[in-house]
Design a protein around this ligand. Sequence first.
Ligand code: SAM
Length: 257
Amino acid sequence: MRYDVVTIFPEYLEPLRLSLLGKAQESGLVQLNLHNLRDFAFDRHKTVDDTPYGGGAGMVMKAEPWGLALDSILNSALSNQPAVTADAEPHDARPLLIVPSPAGKVFNQAKAYELAEQEHHIVFAPARYEGIDERVLNWAEDHFRVMPVSLGDYVLYGGEVAVMAMIEAVTRLIPGAMGNPESLDEESHTGGLLEYPVYTKPSVWREREVPAVLLSGNHAAIARWRRDQQIERTFARRFDMIETYPEDGWDKKDRKL
Ligand code: SAM
């Protein structure tokens, strides 16, 4: 997977070089290119924003530097594209351009799976201020598949944190990017229920004991307990998920609380 991020704060995303994401880059599974938008602003002050037409509070990111930054990514993507064989299926070769925005569709685990499985190049355009001149997104439609995506129903200072969250969520679903891929199987938001509570040594801590069943060695009983916990927890914390949980997802032994 190749990621390109255009931002006025490339250093904000440097922590993505750490831990398992860093390893995924070292092994070549993932390539992360950070571009400073100011490198595409050519006045003395490297200006990337200006006052909004029509008035109002805040500043708007200028079209010119965004256009040049995206041109440069497109050019490098074209020169890296694999040769197309005559019998290849026709496909939309435009890279995906994700524009973080509180006005986008909300990101979730299903979208993360879709991106991990279907994409090989994602460009991110996190904005600051009041966002990017809308003409950039209109123009980009001709060269990218443009997707405005929200991290959730709240407003951040800028899109960098949203990009970091999406890159983490997508990368860990790429085969080979997880230390233990089995951890993905029973995760919250994968099977439609939240994950069960987890414990480690010591078995007693501040007078609180690990549930006895987990020490029993009885794998069937442990699996049953974990399943019950998933259901209980999802009822308590995310009733909206229970409401959409498919009828055929319930096990005969499940207690529908
Ligand atoms: N005035 C804009 C609005 O109300 O839609 C919000 C601008 S916000 C201060 C600046 C930038 O932060 C946005 O353009 C976007 O890139 C990013 N941002 C803020 N909240 C976000 C969210 N919930 N999800 C994704 N990106 C967000």
